[in-house]
Design a protein around this ligand. Structure first.
Ligand code: PM9
Length: 459
């Protein structure tokens, strides 16, 4: 690894938040009290917080300035018009409906676009996305390429949809039985893996032939655009903005969690080109979120999001972002720690199957690994394996994903390379005595999205 491959932070730090490390003995007590679930640890007890990149972004001086220009009128806020115009300019969709965060948009889309019994094919599931699809009678079908389920396979555009799987579903069930295709850019649970422009174009061509709509999960679309610029022939001289615009030209709409690539702490939106769907979304948004001109957000939040979305497309920002994640991954790889390859956009995913070969999947190796990383290092991470996957809605059996991982998710513009070194050194150390990691069993299992609040004890 050559340190010169990694650009310095393209910002100066104007405001700092002190962090401190509590003792190992205290951390052991904290994780026991949290039921071995890192979601249940207080932030004050965490040294470096890699639980998620969602809502944990550091905002810029311009965004904070924008916050002071919040127009908090109940209706028709000027910040809504700014956000509306920015999203339409950058994404190219005809309509935008703001929501309080990504799952608010997923809720609206699932209600207006899925008829009970219809299929919703997608490139790997995401927890909240699949939950809303199923809650509205949809049947999720995984049509990601097979390679995405293999942690150690290093290949480009591992997030692509397998067109043969999509064609098979259309042939077997008929186009009318498919609500829409949900295409995520990048694919979170596959390791932040990107989708190629070619794949998006081909999905558009195939679905158009059959009159099927395509909605993107745009949550990490800017990170996906960086990979296209870096790795897909023909895109090296295009701007990130041009690439994002072309990506969305292959979709009928999108859901967006602004908490990621919009560089804010809260917010989201739903976009579409279809006038009737827009009408339906506007009727429903008032039930769950608020007026169609604020959708659960304060005026100041919409302003920060409009500014953040533009900032996220600046090349220096996104290059540093992706390469900082890559730096952490390469440090771990060099030491032989098993991770999902290639290293994705927002996080490094430890492969818990290979990290803890002495534990079966039913002993929740990733959940336990995340708990042990906290005790060893003070770093908070997240399970993304059998616990996150939940149970089958019909059989109530555990879904058993092939990927059993712990996600080290890097907040945007928050930590430095030295923080990455601390994380890497701690995990490399734990890897040396990995046999000490014990299995877990549930003591409390919530009925839905169980990973957020479940509690465990050591076996
Ligand atoms: N993702 C994450 O940490 C936060 C919730 S799960 C701990 O990765 C995608 C691809 C996401 C996502 C959230 C949402 C939902 C939709 N799609 O959290 O509701 O990664 O804004 O977005 C989280 P909201």
């Amino acid at each position: 690894m050559n340190f010169n491959d990694f650009p310095a932070e393209p910002f100066r730090i104007k405001c700092v938040e002190p962090v401190k490390m509590i003792s190992r003995k205290e951390r052991e007590e904290v994780i026991r009290k949290a039921g071995f679930n890192t979601f249940l640890i207080d932030s004050e007890d965490v040294y470096i917080d890699l639980l998620t990149d969602s809502g944990t972004n550091a905002m810029s001086d311009k965004q904070w300035g924008g916050m002071m220009q919040g127009d908090e009128a109940y209706a028709g806020s000027k910040n809504f018009h700014h956000l509306d115009a920015t999203v339409k300019e950058l994404f190219g969709f005809k309509h935008m409906v703001p929501t309080h965060q990504g799952r608010g948009a997923e809720n609206l889309l699932s209600q207006i676009a899925i008829k009970p019994g219809q299929y919703v094919p997608g490139n790997m599931y995401f927890t909240t996305t699949r939950y809303h699809q199923e809650r509205n009678g949809g049947i999720f079908v995984d049509i990601i390429r097979d390679e995405a389920h293999d942690a150690s396979l290093n290949m480009l555009f591992k997030g692509n949809i397998d067109l043969a799987k999509l064609q098979k579903l259309i042939d077997e069930k008929g186009a009318d039985a498919i609500a829409y295709v949900c295409l995520a850019v990048t694919v979170n649970l596959a390791g932040g893996q990107p989708v190629s422009m070619k794949n998006m174009r081909e999905v558009r061509e195939l679905t158009s032939k059959h009159g099927i709509k395509v909605f993107f999960d745009a949550t990490r679309c800017v990170e996906n655009a960086y990979f296209i610029k870096e790795q897909e022939p023909g895109y090296e001289n295009k701007t990130i903005q041009e690439i994002v615009h072309e990506m969305f030209s292959y979709a009928d709409g999108c859901t967006m969690s602004g908490k990621k690539d919009c560089l804010v702490n809260i917010g989201g939106f739903l976009c579409m080109n279809d006038d009737e769907l827009f009408q339906d979304a506007k009727e429903l948004v008032v039930v769950y979120e608020g007026m169609p001109s604020y959708g659960g957000m304060a005026g100041r939040d919409m302003e920060a999001m409009a500014i953040g979305l533009k900032e996220s497309m600046q090349y220096e920002y996104i290059e540093h972002r992706i390469k900082q994640v890559r730096y952490l991954g390469e440090r771990l790889l060099e030491a032989g720690v098993p991770i999902i390859e290639p290293i994705g956009g927002h996080a490094v995913f430890l492969d818990a199957r290979r990290f803890c070969p002495h534990l079966s999947q039913e002993e929740f190796p990733a959940q336990s690994l995340a708990a042990n990383i906290y005790v060893e290092t003070g770093v908070r991470s997240m399970e993304r394996g059998i616990v996150s996957a939940g149970r089958d809605k019909v059989t109530h059996e555990n879904h058993k994903p092939k990927l059993e991982t712990v996600r080290l998710t890097i907040p945007r513009r928050v930590y430095t390379y030295k923080h990455m070194d601390v994380v890497a050194d701690g995990i490399i150390n734990l890897f040396k005595h990995k046999e000490d990691i014990k299995g877990l069993r549930f003591v409390y299992e919530p009925k839905q999205l169980r990973f957020f609040t479940a509690r465990f004890e050591q076996i």
